[in-house]
Write a protein that binds this ligand. Sequence first.
Ligand code: DQA
Length: 148
Amino acid sequence: YRIMLLNGPNLNRLGQREPEIYGSATLAHIESELRHKAEALGVTLDCRQSNAEHELIDWVHEAASSKVDFIIINPAAYTHTSIALRDAFAAVAIPFIEVHLSNIHAREAFRRHSYLAELAVGVICGCGAQGYELALQAAVSNLQQRDN
Ligand code: DQA
């Protein structure tokens, strides 16, 4: 299977960025750990990060044309703002899991709503960097179930 990992704005600053909320691991570290896990599961993982909404949208479109089977995305602040990113997922109909490092339900009220969650296979939040691993496992099980 081909899986794409997308991380949204400010997640390139993981490790330095509010570590008490988002943890001390850098994105490069999280991505490399996840690539090893993907390899062990026999799937390919394409990891990308952008601070730009249009770039994330273009990657969702690209995922459709390049036949990506599943997307794991931490849309960061675009979670709470981007109808455009939601529409991109609706347009391509690629299954995806939404991940947040922090528990978005235990923070400011504006973080509780996600434009993407309704379309997602599932949402994992509050489990820190481990959330990405859980999402990868769940993505692979979801695809295996689909094909059984
Ligand atoms: C986040 C939560 C969002 O509310 C926030 O804007 C982020 C990161 C998380 O991973 O906890 O940038 O998606």
